[in-house]
Design a binder for this molecule. Sequence first.
Ligand SMILES: Cc1cc2nc3c(=O)[nH]c(=O)nc-3n(C[C@H](O)[C@H](O)[C@H](O)COP(=O)(O)OP(=O)(O)OC[C@H]3O[C@@H](n4cnc5c(N)ncnc54)[C@H](O)[C@@H]3O)c2cc1C
Length: 1005
Amino acid sequence: MTLELRTQTLGQDIFARLDRGGPLLFSRNWWDDKLMGLTMGNDALKVQLFRFVDTLPYLTEPSEVGRHLREYLNEARTQLPWWVRSGIGWIPETGLASRLLAKVAKGNAETMARKFIAGSNVGEAIAAVQAMREKQLAFTMDLLGEATITEAEADHVQKQYFDLLKGLPPIINASPEIPSIDRDDIGPIPRVNVSVKLSALFSQFDPIDPEGTSKVVRGRLRPILALARKNGAFVNFDMEQYAFKDTTLRIFREILTEPEFRDWPHVGIAIQAYLKNTETDLQQLLDWAKNERKCPIWIRLVKGAYWDYETVIAAQNGWPVPVFTEKWQSDDNFETCTTFLMQNHTWLRPAFGSHNIRSIAHALAIAEQLKVPKPNFEFQMLYGMADPIKDVLKSMGMRVRIYTPYGQLLPGMAYLVRRLLENTSNDSFLKQGFSDGVSESVLLQAPSAAGPSSFVPRHSTNENPMIAPHPNGVLTKVEFQNEPLSDFSRESNRDAMVQALRSVRSQLGRTFPVVIGNAPVASAEFVESFNPSKSVELIGRTGKATIEQAKLAVASCQAAFETWQEVPIAERAAYLRKVASVMRHRRFELAAWIVLETGKPWRESDADVAEAIDFCDYYAAEALKMWGGHGMPVPWEENHYFYEARGVAVIIAPWNFPLAILCGMAAAAVVTGNTVILKPAEQAGVVGAKLMECFQQAGLPAGVVNFVPGVGEDIGPVLVNHPDVALIAFTGSLKVALQINEQASHTPGGQNFVKKVIAEMGGKNAVIVDGDADLDEAVRGVVDSAFGYGGQKCSAGSRAIVVAGIYDLFLNRVIEATKSLTVSAAESPGCSLGPVIDAESRDRIRKFVELGKTQAKLVYQADLGPLADEGYFVGPTIFADVPETATVAQEEIFGPVLSVIQAKDLDDALRIANGTKYALTGGIFSRSPENIAKVKRKFRVGNLYVNRKCTGALVHRQPFGGFKLSGIGSKAGGPDYLLQFVVPRTITENTLRRGFAPESGPSGE
Ligand SMILES: Cc1cc2nc3c(=O)[nH]c(=O)nc-3n(C[C@H](O)[C@H](O)[C@H](O)COP(=O)(O)OP(=O)(O)OC[C@H]3O[C@@H](n4cnc5c(N)ncnc54)[C@H](O)[C@@H]3O)c2cc1C
């Protein structure tokens, strides 16, 4: 009999044996519930109800339960049947009825959660597994919990594993042996089986630093494994999202090669068949187990639980999708991997985690074909699901292990919602089989027979298919797509960054001249920049431009302007695309310069380069659109509306986005036909020089871009006041911006125009934390917003405004999460917080902290230890109970200082949030649709972020810039930005001569 035929027969046999009267998918009670039945057929309602369930545990007041249910149902209102719609208005939010509703809703959610979660403590979990053993089922325990975002939480998780491994074995090992589940053909296998998620053991688990992550995780894992081994338990490593896969595999291999665990066969790891590279991972594990470790391991083969997440993350970042995009492909790969495991079962002992009868039948068929003894492999299924299938397999003499989560129901809701979403998805085998009534023959057909015809491959590459270059290099049609950030979970990118840092380090200390008219100009004096992480390390010198040189540069610009403004727009745009392409080729090298010169961690330095590339590509595309022509068609009248460059543009940039901002402002000026003087910040002159190199590499004509580094106080006023300078684009402090604005407003004799000033200034940005916020997300979001690049971004969230009910809980977690950050030199891959830019900044921030101590409660300040002497470090600092008018709540500090302010309610939070002179960015963490809508209307900032950090704007996706005292001008990376660099003109020509219309007139007249 062929394998396929045998698979079909076994599948039909399983179907025939199923107890159709029993709970198939979930419990009968739950399944029969009318609302849940409706949910399966209504995606919008499903999403809203599951969101409600997820929020429910956080709602402490009965009135909040009613309000949230109403708000969520309202979100899906148009897609609800009339009887649900008409009921929304009746949901009680006050009085006895609301208390009753809250009780019923929570009771139902808890009942539902208990279907999938075996218990809320070790005692309940033990009772549950005893019951399973009585039914001759094996088990593996999974510890549920909130995301680990603090080291204290990681310690707590470790302790919970200890408790589990101490509590379970004495009881379970004392129970009578059940040979069918406690033995394989080699001998006894542990009765106690525990699953671990590695990311729960380290708050800073980050694939950008596999070595550092592995070290800390192994430190916490070692005693867990030692105790498991001592107490005769088995440990399985769960597999989480794709980004963590390589680090998880690395830790698995590293720790199990240690002498203490090398010969321990009772360990396993989950491998996901929905990933495209599963087979390679399996082959590597086989080689390692067989040839290096020389001791077998178990493999739990699953399809994978993060499909939606992986596809969304890949799409958002422009990364290749790591998972198959058609369900049949995952099924097919599951079968390929099944065959591989069965062929190598003595080294990779197979455990199949699936509820899919086709997948299971195929595994049984291949086992028969290869004569793999039954006890040498097993099936695993989730607690609370597909019980009849478990019974059938058991009756066929198979070992069935139940993945049994336990833990508090509140954090368990996230697990519950994941299970519900997975099993109500249209592609789910269980849904198709037991809810949608798909026929058995269709369910049992080979995966490859199910799909290839409908399959359209979906993949992304670094080449942008939307941008079509003209055969002779001139762009015709341009669509913009963001440059993907480097995915540092990939080894190739990490290696490239290490290599670039090494190479850049070998070039430190060089001198970069002033460049005027494409020629280097000698300097007598130089500006030096040093590595903020290691203040004795000289990065390089840039020529200190003199006043005469600044004037020469203006003259060079002026001369070049005459011809540059006449260059066709397509060519000017093509130049920018070339600059982008040069930067793309020098991607890691430029990022390495940024890391070393400005103390920016890897990811953010990489994002700086990506943003610079985006600015070039985006402004090229926008300029082509602008120059596309506008006109009002009127008979015998030609109207032409068009743009013209302003002239000489001075670009004065800050050090915090040393490449992106300098490049962005310059690119906008250049593509619109202006000529440019680049004046980088003194602290980041070398990165400025690197940008100049990129412009030169792109072959821009002489004088279009001139590089004039120097001391702002010396040459700044000369450039700003120069009568031939038409435009100043500045990003920096409020004080300097106002000075420039004032100086530029003068129109000395001979200057026949008013200068244009574009200025982006500061912010005192707030993140509001609503009473029902998801704390895992809010804490992470606030910490990232406040301490990303040491708070040295104008978008940084330096105020957290927290609604009263959640204040203490939030504050404690934010403090713990901040304590857990890794403060280190920026070049270390695991750095979450590097130094501040220079001694002056450090001292200024310290003064703010001292002042803050007199105005608010200092609740955390990191002790830096020896780092304090190595570079310009300031420990992350948190003030609590900050009065809204305190200096630390009003002034931009530009450092790692967070002020936490308590608000009475959301309206109060909004009032406080709007109560500064700035209006740049803001954020809200809330799970109330109506509160979110209110904040969108009333939180008046340039960039508002809902349920995410308030930094990290992307060109085109989130055009960036504020108002009030945060900026004059339009948003960088947005559709109106280029308008500031041009003057619009209109030409109207009357084409009618003495009432006589030529024969071939316009519009067919
Ligand atoms: C004991 C046990 C342990 C588990 N441990 C882990 C673990 O450590 N890590 C983990 O990630 N998961 C784990 N899972 C979850 C597991 O991945 C899912 O339960 C499983 O994918 C459901 O598969 P199925 O064969 O039962 O159902 P099926 O309905 O046959 O398959 C559903 C699966 O197909 C895949 N899929 C759905 N749509 C598509 C599509 N359009 N294109 C491609 N693929 C698609 C997804 O993986 C989805 O989960 C575990 C499951 C069990 C039973």
